[in-house]
Design a protein around this ligand. Structure first.
Ligand code: ZN
Length: 195
């Protein structure tokens, strides 16, 4: 299977609701491992199948703790309980460099199936809860910009003079849409040139 490219905002697949997985097979395993590879390669903390062009209800996520890195591979995930509120900046590999403030539940309980066919229940708080909420939103064709406070949208721009190597520059959803449309057009032209 060729390496999947991450779909960019404006791609219709990101606005299509993903479908329940009914059968575990080799194709699904390949998809899940490609998603894990793409997430790690792009230094993401989560990825949903629509972001690689698949409409299977599958998400992957990763949690770095002192004990090491845990990778979650979840099929048909759903939030069965949510509690509390957390505010924080969010980004998405499908909306590169864009950030915005999104209110999420502070704790969630997620039910899902593993690639081995086992039903699991995961309790998550903080960043991991946010990642699960963000990725499950993708399966329902919801993007973080739909939930972000409009006046908090900004570009994360590499800046060697800034303390953490980045600075923020305010933007609007309209400007972001134009930039992503240009990015998609550029990519499409490149792909066509390679064929
Ligand atoms: Zn995302």
């Amino acid at each position: 299977m060729p390496k999947p490219s991450i779909r960019i905002y404006g791609d219709p697949v990101l606005r299509t609701k993903a479908k329940q997985v009914r059968e575990l097979d080799g194709r699904l395993y390949d998809l899940i491992e490609q998603m894990v590879a793409a997430m790690c390669e792009n230094e993401g903390v989560g990825l949903a199948a629509p972001q690689v062009g698949s409409l299977a209800r599958v998400i992957v996520a990763r949690s770095d703790t002192e004990e090491g890195t845990e990778v979650f591979r979840l099929i048909n995930p759903r939030i069965i309980a949510a509690e509390g509120i957390q505010e924080g900046m969010e980004g998405c590999l499908s909306l590169p460099s864009l950030r915005g403030q999104v209110q999420r539940s502070a704790q969630v309980v997620v039910e899902a199936m593993t690639p081995e066919g086992k039903d699991i229940t995961i309790e998550a708080t903080g960043l991991l809860a946010r990642v699960f909420e963000h990725e499950i939103d993708h399966l329902n064709s919801i993007l973080f910009v739909d939930r972000a406070a409009a006046d908090t949208l900004c570009w994360l721009i590499p800046d060697p003079e800034a303390e953490d190597g980045y600075r923020l520059e305010e933007t609007t959803i309209e400007e972001a849409k134009r930039r992503f449309a240009r990015l998609r057009a550029k990519r499409q032209a490149k792909e066509e040139a390679q064929q």
